[in-house]
Design a protein around this ligand. Structure first.
Ligand code: HEC
Length: 253
C-alpha cells in the first residue's frame, strides 16, 4: 500500500464515519403532505431549517402513509398556512409526542413563519401565515356610535327585549335579553340582520333595504323605521354589553 492509498483509505473511513453518524437518526418524524407540495421543493426549504434549530428530522411522506404529522387542506388540526388560492392547510398530530409538538409550535412561531414565507427564495411567498392571526385578532369590523346605539336600542328594542339595566323588566315573555343574545358566538350576525328574522319584518322598515311600509296597513305593533347606520350603532352598543353567562353553550344554538 502506497502512502497515497493509506491516505485515501483514511479519508474514506473518516467520511464513512461522518456519513454514518449523520444518517443514524434517518428521521424522527414523518409528515404526510400533498405530493405537489413535496415536489415544489417547499419541504427541502422548510425542514432543514427546523432541523437546524431543534435537531429533529422530519421526512415528508405521501398522504395516507404512516405518519406522526398530517398536513392537509381538508383535514382537521391547527391552521398553519394558506396558499394564494385561499386553501388553508392544517396540521394534525397523530403521534410523535413532544417532538411533534415542537414541530407544530415552531411552524407557528416567528422563525417558523419566516421560514414558511421565505419560500420560494426568488419570488413572492407561495404560502402565507398571516391569516391565522388576522382571523383571531381582527374579528368583524364594528364602527358604529355606541352612545347613539344605546339610545336607539332602548327606544326601538326595549319594548320587547331587556336591553340593559335601564329596562330590567322591559322584555316580553320569552323574548331573549340583549345580554343573552350577546353571549351567542354569532351575535354580530344576529344583530346585523335581526330585521330579517321574525317577528321583526312585520314591523321593521330598514330604510333603502326593505320595502317602505304601506301607510294604510294597520298593525298592532308600532312600526320601526331604522337605517343601516342606526343598526351599526346598535351593534356598537351591544358590543359593550357584558355577555350573560348561561352556562353550557348548548343552551344557545
Ligand atoms: C315587538 C317586539 C320586538 C321588538 C320591538 C324587537 N324585537 Fe327582537 N325579537 C322579538 C322576539 C319575540 C324575538 C324572539 C324570536 C324567536 O325566538 O323566534 C326577537 C329576537 C331577536 C333577536 C334574535 C334573533 C334570532 O335569530 O335568534 C335579535 C338579534 C333581536 N331580536 C334584535 C332586536 C333589535 C336589535 C331590536 C331593536 C332594533 C328588536 N329586536 C326589536 C321581538 C322584538
Amino acid at each position: 500500500m502506497t502512502k497515497n492509498d493509506a491516505l485515501r483509505k483514511g479519508i474514506f473511513a473518516l467520511l464513512a464515519c461522518l456519513l454514518g453518524a449523520a444518517a443514524a437518526p434517518a428521521q424522527d418524524l414523518r409528515l404526510a403532505a400533498p405530493p405537489e407540495m413535496v415536489e415544489s421543493g417547499f419541504f427541502k426549504h422548510l425542514l432543514p431549517r427546523f432541523k437546524l434549530k431543534h435537531r429533529i428530522a422530519v421526512e415528508p411522506v405521501a398522504p395516507g402513509a404512516k405518519a406522526e404529522l398530517v398536513l392537509s387542506a381538508e383535514g382537521q388540526g391547527v391552521r398553519v398556512f394558506a396558499d394564494g388560492q385561499g386553501a388553508e392547510y392544517r396540521l394534525r398530530l397523530t403521534g410523535g409526542g413532544a417532538q411533534a409538538e415542537t414541530f407544530r409550535k415552531w411552524l407557528r412561531s416567528a422563525p417558523g413563519r419566516a421560514a414558511i414565507e421565505g419560500f420560494p427564495r426568488d419570488g413572492p411567498p407561495a404560502y402565507v401565515t398571516e391569516f391565522a392571526a388576522e382571523a383571531v385578532e381582527a374579528g368583524p369590523e364594528i364602527d358604529g356610535d355606541a352612545v347613539l346605539g344605546a339610545k336607539l336600542a332602548l327606544v326601538h328594542c326595549g319594548r320587547c327585549h331587556v336591553v340593559d339595566h335601564r329596562n330590567p323588566m322591559g322584555g316580553i315573555g320569552s323574548t331573549p335579553s340583549f345580554a343573552a343574545m350577546r353571549a351567542r358566538p354569532h351575535w354580530v350576525d344576529l344583530f346585523g340582520k335581526y330585521w330579517s328574522e321574525n317577528p321583526h319584518p312585520s314591523f321593521t322598515e330598514v330604510v333603502g333595504v326593505t320595502k317602505p311600509f304601506d301607510k294604510t296597513h294597520v298593525s298592532h305593533i308600532v312600526p320601526v323605521q331604522i337605517t343601516l347606520e342606526e343598526i351599526d350603532a346598535i351593534l356598537a352598543f351591544v358590543e359593550t354589553l357584558e355577555p350573560l353567562n348561561l352556562g353550557a353553550p348548548v343552551l344557545f344554538d
